[in-house]
Ligand binder design. Structure first.
Ligand code: NAD
Length: 329
């Protein structure tokens, strides 16, 4: 089965080449992002493998289907970027990797919490400049603080377990309470109450119509002054301009983002020699209490290996008529 992988970085090529030795796949690596323009590259490929910022809207899917593509193999858990109705209409199957390493993402969320709290980003720069002063670096004990976990599936639960280990009190919001969280002593609350009580809030729910801009000016107004917000879920879970107002007023005391609503045109590329055209992101980057990483929470050796293996297993199973991890069948 010939498969074309879009948005391929060196690390993808390495992990997929390693996994292909076991699965015997015929893989072709394409660094370009999938867009309407680049979809012509997939002509004749039955399988197209895509990542989170590839465009999988109706026009692109139509183009792929007319070029002979029959399977879209996502290298991600999230599928909010796929027009599922269009895929169904065009007879395209869509598979995904439902879980590759919840620990990778949860641990990155915790890394953001720790770095923001103890201001490691500032301390790192300061000591490199020969400045060994401590003013402005005061943190707080995590022990005894209240942590709100929004979305308590695999990643949210892994995050909650780590924070419980620090001695934090856990609050949770999810339409489907997770017994693992209850066993950790978490209290499930309506979202407004969680937002009001938590010192640290971490978002781990999927992006859907119902969660789009879940965090907005109204919800930010419910926070305690100086709350920490972490988003490793999806950019559009938060209304980003509203974050800027909340940071300016001090309502948000710390902000850690691994995802950004407009990241598709920005992330995964070196743009350091060009002026940043996105004024919202540029403003966010000026705050000393904001850390932004470029969608790297998934990026561990274990997660990359699991993504490659599950994706190739998904492709083989679909080719054998015994599909797994189907989003659209
Ligand atoms: P999961 O399906 O195991 O858990 C998602 C949880 O969110 C479920 O328990 C679900 O009931 C809950 N949920 C659904 N709607 C909700 C709502 N309106 N409010 C609160 N909770 C709601 O998924 P997961 O593996 O834990 O992944 C969570 C999300 O993390 C993914 O959807 C994806 O967007 C994101 N993610 C990010 C990265 C990264 O690198 N930054 C990597 C993987 C996944």
């Amino acid at each position: 089965m010939r498969a074309l992988l879009f948005s391929c970085q060196h690390y993808d090529q390495e992990s997929f080449s390693r996994a292909a030795q076991h699965y015997g796949a015929d893989l072709h690596f394409q660094p370009a992002r999938l867009t309407l323009d680049t979809s012509t590259l997939a002509q004749g490929y039955e399988v197209v493998c895509a990542f989170i910022n590839d465009a999988l809207d109706a026009p692109v899917l139509e183009h792929l289907a007319s070029g002979g593509t029959r399977l879209i193999a996502l290298r991600s858990a999230g599928y909010n970027h796929v027009d599922l109705a269009a895929a169904r209409r065009l007879g395209l199957a869509v598979v995904r990797v439902p879980a590759y390493s919840p620990h990778a993402v949860a641990e990155h969320a915790v890394a953001l919490v720790l770095a923001l709290n103890r201001r490691l980003h500032r301390a790192y720069n300061r000591t490199r400049e020969g400045d060994f002063t401590l003013h402005g670096l005061t943190g707080f004990d995590l022990h005894g603080k209240t942590v709100g976990v929004v979305g308590t599936g695999q990643i949210g639960a892994a995050f909650a377990r780590i924070m419980a280990g620090f001695g934090c009190q856990l609050l949770a919001y999810d339409p489907y309470p997770n017994p693992d969280l209850l066993a950790l002593g978490a209290r499930y609350l309506p979202l407004p109450e969680l937002l009001h009580e938590a010192h640290i809030i971490s978002l781990h729910c999927p992006l859907t119509e119902g969660t789009h801009h879940l965090i907005n000016a109204q919800s930010l107004a419910q926070l305690q002054h100086g709350t920490m917000l972490i988003n490793t879920g999806r950019g559009a879970l938060v209304d980003t301009p509203a974050l800027i107002d909340a940071l300016k007023s001090g309502q948000l005391g710390y902000l850690g983002l691994d995802v950004y609503e407009e990241e598709a045109q920005l992330f995964f590329e070196d743009r350091s020699d060009q002026p940043l055209q996105d004024d919202v992101l540029a403003r966010l980057l000026t705050f000393p209490n904001v850390i932004i990483t470029a969608h790297q929470a998934f990026l561990t050796r274990e997660a990359l290996a699991a993504i490659a293996e599950t994706t190739l297993e998904n492709i083989n199973r679909w080719a054998a008529g015994n599909p797994q991890n189907l989003v659209v069948g």
